[in-house]
Design a binder for this molecule. Structure first.
Ligand SMILES: *[C@@H]1O[C@H](CO)[C@@H](O)[C@H](O)[C@H]1NC(C)=O
Ligand SMILES: *[C@@H]1O[C@H](CO)[C@@H](O)[C@H](O)[C@H]1NC(C)=O
Ligand SMILES: *[C@@H]1O[C@H](CO)[C@@H](O)[C@H](O)[C@H]1NC(C)=O
Ligand SMILES: *[C@@H]1O[C@H](CO)[C@@H](O)[C@H](O)[C@H]1NC(C)=O
Ligand SMILES: *[C@@H]1O[C@H](CO)[C@@H](O)[C@H](O)[C@H]1NC(C)=O
Ligand SMILES: *[C@@H]1O[C@H](CO)[C@@H](O)[C@H](O)[C@H]1NC(C)=O
Ligand SMILES: *[C@@H]1O[C@H](CO)[C@@H](O)[C@H](O)[C@H]1NC(C)=O
Ligand SMILES: *[C@@H]1O[C@H](CO)[C@@H](O)[C@H](O)[C@H]1NC(C)=O
Length: 744
């Protein structure tokens, strides 16, 4: 029997059988209060809006738009809002001001359509409380009364409109795509509760039976979408494949494919060599979870902003990237960061500052307008901090006094720092792109660095690092790009003064000589940065195709570069110098500690990375760390490429196996094989925007295979299933898709 008290509480429990509007126009809805901080908010903005007005928000670093409800809610289905901004770096959380409960942090960057957000128009965002973006978990049954949209350390401005708490999520049923995959599977991407009962498939005019339908799989980061696999009772053959959804789901859709003629490939598992797991690396992975989820092999602490890293105070200076201003480093603590990436299962690669200065505090800057009036540009948030240049592009004079922003640094201090680290890096590099320091860090080192100085800094820093950390590997000189592989900021007179040698060959020769004299190994990896020189910023069909072709420059000894590199006059004395053939060219223990796809938010970027990771293994590259130009997580294009090879403990084989293609078509496809304990893994990248490709794979053992893939016509999705391979001579890979097969 219920007690009187229990009865009373039942009566008091609120049943909110409705959505709760937080904001539509003009002002917060009744019952809501503004609990924001550090933000300039216009609740009735009319510069960009839906309805009659929107909320415009401008938050300083770490501050927030935050709203409090005088009542409370629990067990709601989701939060919906429309947002416009320049990739707003918001963290969304729910909390209870009454009992202190807080939800997990939801990063806006992990919602599936984050990449669609633009500054000029609203994008609708839906956060499913039963499948939180980036987390996959449910919010649970806590009671909440507050919602907060918090900025990161850079602050930022955006517009937001139509904010509403949805009691339940109802999503219109829709077939988004249906694509042929492998031998007889159709991957069907849907939203909402679709009805499969009216779907039919035909191949060359004959109806094909559906043997079974898998359970729906919900991709991480795309809670509104799910993937279902249909297994046909007939194997694919060349011809016309029609997938007709029938009359259900509010309309009939037909997906129509031309299955192409087969290509032949043979894989020889017995002909193999080890793949270095260090090639699956990333610069500054954001968390231990990410490192472990994506199987990141190497994590690098690097980039322009660590040249001035002062571990005594955790300050840095971004140099030319941001008005030569000091700030607190982000992340601040190199030691804790190394511990984090090790705990995630990755090697650590740490940049050791190797110029003569590091940031002295979190606030100074090198080119005050008050000292150097009339500079070309200054920080919009700190107008006194200039960019160090006159409008005509020349640097201000006189050269700045280094002590304005910096404190002295030298190799003994580097040695003391490294020795004192609780968590020792596995590999160190000698600073970052110091050959261009007279530009990127003009305030620290205005004089162009020549061959001799660069060599001396590498030798001295390597000695200090090896003395501090027995067994540490040294990677150098981390040269920024093709041009500086061969010459210095001083120019060709520098080459002339060094027997007319190009820089890197000269550097390797001198390092070898130094090692011979001193009897100590000082260079373990030749480290370079490699940025494709092609311009694909137009993002039109030609640019996307070029972006997907340019991976050939990593390996292909016949591929004439399509950038300025491929056109005369050449600036080096190397052989075949219109052909980059990057990895074969250097034929030494090689590390590429920065490289980038040119399309981080686009499926083509993910495909470039999937292709490149295959190439790195096949070409015996020793180490690589990707330099992201946006967020990398488990559901973004770049993250998905790493997931394909290494996600959630299912790895591409530890050795690279020989692949022989009857008709290699490297512009539009990549085929990579791995082997481990006699089991085959295969990655096929289809770079064609709208046509499937198909292979007969010789020597593909019969059995069941774990399959995962991303890309495809429904936009970016990650899908996983198991297929059976028996006497199969026709394996299909859909357009703009990378597929991974692993023999069970
Ligand atoms: C939710 O609101 C009800 C009614 O105002 C109140 O009695 C209850 O204490 C609130 N619960 C929490 C956890 O805030
Ligand atoms: C939350 O509440 C719903 C219905 O009120 C219930 O079915 C579910 O099991 C609860 N979940 C948890 C984690 O308590
Ligand atoms: C945000 O506020 C800062 C400081 O007031 C201002 O300089 C900046 O222009 C504002 N940004 C936008 C997009 O309104
Ligand atoms: C689905 O059908 C295929 C082809 O008949 C079969 O090989 C497979 O085992 C079936 N899968 C399930 C889960 O029943
Ligand atoms: C499918 O595409 C083929 C080739 O483009 C075309 O001939 C055929 O009419 C299409 N079928 C349907 C049902 O759309
Ligand atoms: C650029 O402008 C500055 C300031 O007006 C001037 O002193 C300098 O000579 C100019 N440099 C060149 C290359 O014109
Ligand atoms: C580095 O600076 C410290 C402090 O000035 C000095 O004691 C030390 O000798 C210097 N080391 C080198 C290698 O110059
Ligand atoms: C490197 O070390 C040598 C020997 O200690 C020293 O003479 C030289 O100045 C150092 N060079 C640089 C660029 O720090």
């Amino acid at each position: 029997m219920l007690s009187v008290a229990a009865l009373l509480s039942l009566v008091a429990a609120r049943v909110l059988a409705q959505d709760i509007t937080i904001y539509t126009d003009t002002a917060l809805a009744a019952g809501w209060e503004d609990w924001s901080w550090g933000s300039t908010i216009n609740w009735d903005a009319t510069d960009l809006y839906e309805g009659t007005s929107s909320v415009s928000v401008n938050s300083t670093a770490w501050s927030a738009l935050s709203v409090y409800y005088e009542e409370n809610w629990s067990n709601y289905g989701g939060l919906q809002f429309d947002i416009a901004g320049n990739a707003p770096d918001l963290t969304i959380s729910l909390s209870s001001a009454t009992d202190g409960t807080t939800s997990p942090n939801i990063l806006l960057s992990t919602v599936s359509n984050f990449a669609n957000i633009t500054p000029d128009a609203f994008t609708t965002i839906l956060i499913d409380f039963n499948n939180l973006p980036g987390l996959g978990s449910a919010l649970g049954n806590a009671t909440y009364d507050r919602i907060t949209f918090q900025e990161d350390g850079n602050g930022g401005a955006y517009h937001i409109d139509n904010i509403i708490l949805l009691q339940t999520l109802t999503i219109a049923p829709l077939f988004l795509s249906a694509e042929p995959l492998a031998a007889n599977t159709i991957a069907v991407s849907t939203q909402g509760k679709v009805d499969f009962s009216t779907l039919s498939v035909s191949l060359n005019g004959k109806t094909v039976g559906i043997a079974n339908t898998s359970a729906a799989y919900v991709p991480n980061g795309s809670p509104e979408k799910s993937i279902t696999y249909l297994t046909l009772d007939t194997l694919f053959v060349p011809g016309t494949l029609l997938i007709d959804t029938g009359v259900a789901n509010g309309g009939n859709q037909v997906f129509n494919f031309t299955l192409p003629k087969v290509q032949y490939v043979s894989v020889v598992q017995s002909d193999n060599y080890p793949i270095s797991p260090a090639i699956y690396g990333l610069n500054f992975p954001s968390s231990q979870q990410l490192v472990s989820d994506l199987g990141i092999g190497t994590s690098r602490w690097g980039g322009n902003a660590v040249t001035a890293y002062n571990p005594n105070g955790q300050f840095t200076n971004a140099g030319n990237d941001w008005y030569f201003e000091n700030r607190v480093a982000s992340p601040p603590d190199a030691d804790a960061w190394t511990e984090m990436v090790h705990a995630g299962g990755s090697l650590s690669l740490m940049v050791v500052p190797a110029l003569d200065w590091v940031a002295k505090d979190a606030t100074s800057y090198s080119y005050p307008e008050s000292v150097y009036p009339g500079q070309a540009a200054s920080d919009p948030y700190l107008p006194d901090a200039g960019n160090g240049q006159f409008p005509n592009g020349s640097w201000v004079t006189p050269d700045p006094i280094q002590t304005r922003a910096y404190t002295p640094w030298n190799t003994s201090m580097a040695q003391t720092w490294l020795k004192g680290l609780a968590n020792k890096p596995d590999v160190v590099t000698v600073d970052n792109e110091i050959e261009i320091a007279s530009n990127t860090h003009q305030d620290m080192h205005p004089i162009p660095i020549d061959f001799d100085e660069e060599l001396a800094r590498v030798v001295n820093t390597s000695r200090a690092a090896k003395a501090a950390i027995p067994g540490v590997k040294v990677a150098a000189p981390s040269t920024c790009s093709w041009w500086y592989y061969w010459t210095s900021m001083v120019g060709f007179t520098d080459n002339a003064a060094h027997n007319n040698m190009d820089f890197l060959p000269w550097f390797l020769q001198e390092m070898a000589a130094e090692e011979k004299t001193s009897g100590q190994r000082l260079l373990d990896y030749l480290d370079i940065h490699y940025y494709f020189q092609d311009d694909t910023s137009a993002n039109d069909a030609d640019a996307l195709a070029l972006r997907l072709r340019m991976t050939r420059s990593l390996w292909d000894t016949t591929y004439v570069d399509e950038s300025w590199i491929g056109t005369p006059p050449q600036q080096n004395t190397e052989w075949d110098n219109t052909i980059v053939q990057l990895i074969p060219r250097f034929r030494t223990k090689l590390s590429i500690s920065e490289w980038n796809s040119q399309g981080d938010t686009d499926v083509t970027g993910g495909l470039v990375v999937a292709d490149a990771l295959g190439i790195f293994g096949q070409q015996k590259l020793d180490m690589a760390t990707y330099w992201p130009s946006g967020t990398v997580d488990e559901s973004t294009p770049i993250g998905l490429a790493f997931w394909l090879y290494r996600g959630f403990d299912t790895y591409f084989g530890s050795s690279s196996a020989q692949v022989n293609l009857a008709t290699p078509l490297p512009d539009t496809q990549g085929v990579y094989a791995g082997t481990e304990d006699g089991k085959l893994t295969l990655v096929i990248v289809n770079k064609n925007p709208d046509t499937p490709i198909a292979f007969e794979v010789d020597n593909m053992p019969f059995g069941t295979y774990f399959v995962r893939h991303f890309g495809g016509l429904a936009g970016l999705a990650q899908w996983e299933t198991t297929i059976a391979v028996e006497a199969i001579d026709y394996i299909v890979v859909p357009a703009y898709t990378a597929v991974f097969f692993k023999e069970n």
